[in-house]
Write a protein that binds this ligand. Structure first.
Ligand SMILES: [Zn+2]
Ligand SMILES: [Zn+2]
Length: 252
């Protein structure tokens, strides 16, 4: 079967299946709320939605590196070497969030990425986007984008902007590209990731001039070592951006 037919057929089959077997919570198999427009949508039960609220409320996040200081000491005062100014993460990467992140990334749930952004938006500090000229999702390589069909960071960012009632034209997926399709990074150290990502991102040639002096908010799904956002920020600053801050759904 060609990829194109699969892209059309599989979501259709999923809908037929959902009609006969109502979907359960993707995290705990619990029953979903009758109000599918409520916080969890067609993915999360009310108790997993409240687990997310608790997850956020219980964070004692460093305002610079977003490390949860309740679980791990943050060393950014002495060891900050990122090119971006600060990073804000909405949630800790706990069990609930790791299941959500996997579904968003590997199981085609782009709507869930958007939903988590919209639900999480009010939790982001109100001044986070002050003075920001562009919101740029961490780009996927075009081959990966074609295979996945969407960029989960872009969907998350779209949900956030909509949730905050912000101008969605701030969201720009045309300025930064992933030009190197790097191997998977999950088992690599920070230094190995850095090496793996060297020159993986580039500002799009014709658009480069437009970035001069702009302040950018870079958006990713999960912030782990920061190597990916670091490589993106380096490309943006190299193209003349005045500053880069980072927003991520989860802090690993
Ligand atoms: Zn649940
Ligand atoms: Zn810190």
């Amino acid at each position: 079967m060609t990829a194109q037919i699969k892209d059309i057929l599989y979501p259709l089959l999923r809908r037929v299946e959902d009609f006969f077997i109502p979907p359960l919570c993707i995290v705990c198999d619990g029953l979903l709320s009758d109000d599918r427009d409520g916080g969890g949508g067609i993915w999360l039960c009310p108790s997993c939605v409240s687990a997310l609220v608790q997850n956020h409320a219980q964070r004692d996040a460093c305002p610079r590196c977003a490390q949860n200081r309740k679980t791990r000491e943050c060393a950014c005062e002495v060891a900050w070497d990122f090119p971006f100014e600060r990073v804000y993460c909405v949630y800790d990467y706990d069990n609930t969030l790791s299941v959500i992140a996997k579904h968003i990334k590997y199981h085609g749930k782009s709507g869930l990425a958007y939903r988590i952004g919209a639900v999480g938006a009010p939790l982001i500090p109100t001044d986070f986007f002050d003075g920001i000229d562009a919101v740029i999702p961490v780009p996927l390589h075009r081959l990966k984008l074609r295979r996945r069909g969407y960029n989960q960071a872009e969907r998350f960012a779209g949900g956030v902007l909509t949730g905050l009632g912000m101008d969605t034209t701030l969201l720009r997926n045309d300025l930064l590209s992933r030009v190197k399709n790097t191997k998977t990074q999950t088992r690599l150290s920070r230094d190995e990731r850095r090496e793996n990502l060297a020159s993986a991102f580039a500002v799009n040639g014709q658009k480069a001039g437009r970035l001069t002096g702009t302040r950018v908010a870079l958006v990713d799904d999960v912030f782990t070592t920061g190597a990916t956002t670091e490589a993106c920020a380096a490309a943006l600053l190299g193209a003349g951006c005045a500053s880069v801050i980072v927003l991520a759904m989860g802090r690993d």
